[in-house]
Design a protein around this ligand. Structure first.
Ligand code: NAP
Length: 285
């Protein structure tokens, strides 16, 4: 199977390249060939591809910076995704696109279902919702895979931040009232590759959720990181209100992942196992 991957250096993009199943070939389109701040360029490149499925792992992911760069975030996460969808629809190539728990308002304690009402709190979430809706408008056959709290040995993420801070300080104050599912980028890559194969085989597509289990707070996520790694800082729980950031965060990021299991046989991974792999890799580095 021939897959085209948009994005080369990001967490998920890196893992897709590392976890390609045997017999599949991958064309990687990095920023040098398709800069998503130029939707026309994305469209023109996508029109030339001869793939059986496309995976889009590109996104503007700087949640706080998006509050002051909302237009750029909307171009990369919205208009460029529309351009990609239009080109893919023309070539008849199905598409796997990754989205986020940040499209939801974060209220309540129930796990969000794929067809629950969205309501992003900030610019990043709004730009990602734009991208979801744009793909729907284009008519391209596609799967939207919403995920949350992504971590790996690459790029920027909570695990690497905790290890750095844990090495510098004896006491860390971590938010305890935001609840969600940490998700290894490696598992997201496997899910995207499995979904791409199903789409290449004619699957009709749809919107689905994928996150690691169990759902926890950032404070408990940090505790597990230090249970599995050398650092022993004291973790002190604080509410979100004590840790103001430019972009509002959803308190409830729980995702109902049951439709993905029903449609593709993909279960929620236990993120603590994925964390062990990441810590081992970071240790080896
Ligand atoms: N990270 C999370 O916690 C999280 C949570 C929920 C959902 N998601 C979603 O999951 C997906 C993958 O996220 P990730 O964590 O792998 O992201 P990431 O590590 O931040 O990587 C983003 C990728 O997008 C590329 N990119 C950014 N701006 C670009 C542009 N103008 N043109 C071309 N490429 C550009 C980056 O390339 P460069 O390296 O060249 O900048 C990088 O390869 C995204 O759709 C994201 O919205 C992420």
């Amino acid at each position: 199977m021939r897959i085209a991957l948009f994005g080369s250096t990001g967490q998920v993009a890196t893992e897709v390249q590392r976890r390609l199943p045997s017999g599949a070939t991958l064309e990687v389109i990095g920023r040098d060939r398709a800069d998503f701040s130029d939707p026309r360029q994305v469209h023109d490149i996508a029109r030339t591809l001869e793939a059986e499925a496309i995976i889009n792992a590109v996104a503007y992911t700087a949640v706080d910076k998006a509050e002051s760069e909302a237009d750029l975030a909307r171009t990369i996460n919205g208009q460029a995704v529309r351009a990609l969808g239009e080109a893919a629809e023309r070539t008849g190539t199905p598409l796997v696109h990754i989205s986020t728990d940040y499209v939801f308002p974060g209220s309540g304690t129930a796990a969000w279902k794929p067809d629950d009402a969205t309501g992003p709190l900030g610019a990043y979430g709004a730009s990602k919702l734009d991208g979801e809706r744009a793909l729907g408008d284009t008519g391209v056959r596609h799967v939207i895979l919403r995920t949350s709290w992504v971590f790996s040995a690459h790029g920027n993420n909570f695990v690497k931040t905790m290890l750095r801070l844990g090495a510098e300080r004896d006491r860390l104050t971590i938010v305890n009232d935001q609840i969600g599912g940490p998700t290894p980028a490696a598992d997201i890559a496997d899910a995207c590759l499995k979904i791409a194969a199903a789409l290449a085989d004619g699957h009709p597509g749809g919107s689905h959720h994928f996150s690691g289990a169990p759902d926890v707070s950032w404070a408990d996520f940090a505790r597990e990181i230090f249970r599995q790694s050398p650092g022993t800082p004291e973790i002190v729980d604080i509410p979100t209100s004590d840790f103001p950031l430019p972009a509002p965060r959803p308190l409830n990021s729980r995702l109902d992942c049951s439709t993905l299991h029903a449609e593709f046989g993909i279960k929620r991974p236990d993120w603590r196992a994925g964390l062990q792999d990441v810590l081992r890799e970071l240790d080896a580095q």
